[in-house]
Design a protein around this ligand. Structure first.
Ligand code: UD1
Ligand code: UDP
Length: 366
C-alpha cells in the first residue's frame, strides 16, 4: 500500500515538495515520489535532489519535452498506468506545471483524492499556460493548500471555500529557510568573476522568449540593465536559441551561464543588488531575502510580493528607469514578510495530510 504519492516534474516542484516529503518522512508516513521527467537535464533536475536531500524518485516516467498536447497526453497515459497499479490513498501535486495538471486530471478520473500545494494563485491571464493549469487543478483537488492569503480570496470568488481550503504558508520558503546558512555569495561570485554590485536575471516565460519580437525587446532591456551594472543570466534551456538569435551574446557585461543549482543560485541572489526575472518562485524568494526584484511581466499571480515592497512589474522599456529606482533603495521590504512564510509550511501540510482518511470512503459511506 503506497499511501501518499507525490508528483514532481519541473524545477520549482522539487523545491516545493522537499519540505513536505521530509515532514511526512519524519512522521513515518508511507509515501512515494514519482518524477514525471518533464525536466530531465542534470542542471534542471538531478542537482536539486542532491542539494535538497530529496530521496531518489521511486519512479521516473520519462515523459520529456513536447508541445502542450503531446506532453500532457504522454503524462496522462503514463500516470493512468502508474496510479491504477499503485492505487495510492492520495496524490499530492505542486504548483502549476503541466505535470501538476495531468496528475490532477488522471486522479480525478480514477477517483483518487488529490491534494494541491500552492492552490488559489491567479494571474487572471489566460494566455499563460500555468493559469489554465492552476484553475483546472484547483477544481479537481481537495484539500487545497494555500500559500498566501490572496489564494483564499481567489478560491472563494470561484465558489470554493470551507474545509477544502487550508492556509498552510509557503513550502518554497521552507526550503529557503532550511538552507539559508549555505547561501554564501563569495564563492560563486569568485567562480563567475563577479564583483558587487551586480544583478541576477532569469527568463523563461513563453511570452518573453517564444517569439523573435519578444526576445529582441528583452535583449534591448538587458542592454539597458548592463549599462548600469554587470548582470549574470543563468539561462533556462527554453529561451536559449531565440535569445541568442536576438543578440544576447553581444550585450556587454552580460555573463550568460548554464542554469545553476539551488545553492549557487540563491547564494548569488542573496548577494545581488537587484534581480530581474519572469519566474514565479523567484518573486517569492527575493521577498523572503529582501532583495529588490523587477518582474518582466504585465501581471503576477503573487501580488503579495508587490505589496511586500520588494517586487515591481516592469516591461523591457521601463527596465532602465526601474533599475535606477531599485538601486537607489526604492524597493525595501515593508515589515517581516508574508504570513506563513516561516519555514514550517511543510510540517503543517504533513500534519493535515495525516489527519485525513487514508483510503477513499467505501461506496455507501457518508
Ligand atoms: C515549465 C512550466 C513553467 C515553469 C517552468 C520551470 C509548464 C506548462 N510550464 O516551463 O510553468 O515555470 O517549467 O522552469 O509546465 N528543456 C530542456 N531540458 C530540460 C527541460 C526542458 O532542454 O530538462 C527545454 C526543451 O526544449 C523544452 C523546453 O525546455 O521543450 C520547455 O520545457 P517545458 O518543461 O515544456 O516547459 P518550461 O518552459 O520549462
Ligand atoms: N533556480 C535555480 N537555478 C537557476 C534558476 C532558478 O535553482 O538557475 C530556482 C529558483 O531559486 C527557484 C526555482 O528555481 O527556487 C524557480 O524555478 P523557475 O523560475 O524555473 O520556475 P517558476 O517558479 O517560474 O515556475
Amino acid at each position: 500500500m503506497p499511501g501518499i504519492i507525490h508528483i514532481v516534474g519541473a524545477r520549482p516542484n522539487f523545491i516545493k515538495a522537499a519540505p513536505v516529503v521530509a515532514a511526512l518522512g519524519a512522521a513515518g508516513a508511507q509515501q512515494q515520489l514519482v518524477h514525471t521527467g518533464q525536466h530531465y537535464d542534470r542542471r534542471m533536475s538531478e542537482i536539486f535532489f542532491e542539494e535538497l536531500g530529496l530521496p531518489e524518485p521511486d519512479l521516473n516516467l520519462g515523459v520529456g519535452s513536447g508541445s502542450h498536447g503531446t506532453q500532457t497526453a504522454a503524462l496522462l497515459v503514463a500516470m493512468e498506468g502508474t496510479f491504477t497499479e499503485a492505487a495510492p490513498d492520495r496524490v499530492v501535486v505542486y504548483g502549476d506545471v503541466n505535470s501538476t495538471l495531468a496528475a490532477a486530471l488522471t486522479c480525478a478520473k480514477l477517483g483518487i483524492p488529490i491534494a494541491h500545494v500552492e492552490a488559489g494563485l491567479r494571474s487572471f491571464d489566460d494566455t499563460m499556460p500555468e493559469e489554465i493549469n492552476r484553475r483546472v487543478t484547483d477544481i479537481l483537488s481537495d484539500p487545497l493548500y494555500v500559500t498566501a492569503p490572496e489564494g483564499e480570496q481567489n478560491l472563494a470568488r470561484e465558489g470554493i471555500s470551507g474545509d477544502r481550503v487550508v492556509f498552510v504558508g509557503n513550502p518554497m520558503i521552507d526550503t529557503l529557510v532550511a538552507h539559508l546558512d549555505r547561501f554564501d555569495p563569495a564563492p560563486v561570485q569568485a567562480r563567475l568573476g563577479l564583483e558587487p554590485p551586480y544583478a541576477v536575471a532569469t527568463l523563461h516565460r513563453p511570452a518573453n522568449v517564444d517569439t523573435a519580437e519578444a526576445a529582441t525587446a528583452l535583449v534591448g532591456g538587458l542592454r539597458e540593465a548592463t549599462a548600469r551594472l554587470p548582470l549574470v543570466l543563468p539561462l533556462h534551456p527554453r529561451g536559449q536559441a531565440r535569445l541568442e538569435s536576438a543578440g544576447l551574446g553581444d550585450v556587454p557585461d552580460l555573463h550568460v551561464v548554464e542554469p545553476l543549482g539551488y545553492i549557487d543560485f540563491l547564494s548569488l541572489v542573496r548577494g545581488a543588488a537587484v534581480v530581474i526575472t519572469d519566474s514565479g518562485g523567484i518573486q517569492e524568494e527575493t521577498t523572503a531575502l529582501d532583495v529588490p526584484c523587477l518582474t518582466l511581466r504585465p501581471n503576477t499571480e503573487r501580488p503579495i510580493t508587490l505589496t511586500a515592497g520588494t517586487n515591481r512589474l516592469v516591461t523591457p522599456g521601463s527596465l532602465g528607469d526601474a533599475l535606477d529606482g531599485a538601486l537607489a533603495g526604492a524597493q525595501k521590504r515593508i515589515g517581516d514578510g508574508p504570513p506563513g512564510w516561516d519555514g514550517h509550511a511543510g510540517e503543517r501540510i504533513a500534519a493535515h495530510l495525516l489527519s485525513l482518511p487514508m483510503a477513499p470512503p467505501a461506496l455507501g459511506d457518508a
